[in-house]
Design a protein around this ligand. Structure first.
Ligand SMILES: [Zn+2]
Length: 242
């Protein structure tokens, strides 16, 4: 709360203090600027529950939008009462991961389940999720390494907010033939899919190497499910969430 009160003018309006990646407003951490809407910018934000969400800068600063939507209603209190680990932040993150992938009423569903992002079957139980990922290190949240793939051991890590901000499209800079551009720009220029360039980069390929045709090892696709798998996953998840 204090962050935005400090930005308030005496007449009650807000000073146009520029938002910056890493800043925290209520439950939202600012990741990167996405696009202009009217005379305002839309920002990508990371909610404390682990969901990424898009918010107008003015709404972040004013506190009109405090979270991805998860802090409205009873989402938290319900999540806190279910398990032996209930009340722990790790369980809360797991619950939210399941909800945004499988609960159409979840505010973040449109960006996750609605876009085909799933949780691997093994992680439908909190116990196995916890066994795979371990306790969340302080200041870290659950991050999918490849944005278009789902939640699975291969595709997830505990990351700090700075890691996540760095990992967003706008901030990955690659130099090729003496020119420095974002990875997304290079993808557009070369016609090589962004996901492939990004996966290669993660594997430690050099800047020039990124653009050559070598194939990626298969395992990078972990977490992506076929249509039949997906249906089975949904059926399972709805039981878990019931
Ligand atoms: Zn949230």
């Amino acid at each position: 709360m204090s962050e935005f009160k400090a930005d308030r003018r005496s007449n009650g309006t807000f000073k146009a203090i520029p938002l910056e990646p890493g800043q925290k407003y209520n439950f939202l951490t600012v990741l990167c600027r996405l696009r202009k809407q009217g005379h305002n910018w839309v920002w990508s934000c990371l909610c404390d529950c682990g969901a990424k969400t898009e918010v107008l800068g003015s709404n972040i600063r004013s506190g009109n939008t405090k979270s991805c939507g998860c802090h409205k209603g009873q989402a938290i209190s319900k999540a806190m009462t279910i398990h032996g680990k209930s009340g722990t932040r790790c369980h809360w993150l797991w619950q939210n991961m399941m909800r945004r992938c499988y609960d159409a009423k979840n505010p973040a569903y449109g960006n996750y389940g609605g876009r085909g992002i799933t949780v691997c079957a093994r992680w439908h139980e909190f116990e196995t999720f916890y066994a795979d990922m371990g306790e969340r290190p302080a200041g870290h949240s659950l991050d999918r390494i490849e944005n278009q793939f789902g939640y699975s051991l291969e595709n997830c890590r505990w990351a700090t907010r700075t890691d996540q901000a760095r990992n967003t499209r706008a901030n990955v800079m690659i130099t090729r033939d003496g020119q420095t551009k974002t990875l997304a720009e290079w993808a557009e220029l070369t016609g090589i899919p962004y996901s492939r360039l990004h996966a290669r980069r993660r594997l430690g390929w050099g800047d020039e190497e990124l653009f050559r045709g070598k194939r990626l090892p298969q395992r990078i696709n972990g977490g992506q499910n076929g249509a039949a798998d997906r249906q089975a996953l949904y059926a399972r998840a709805l039981k878990v969430l019931a």
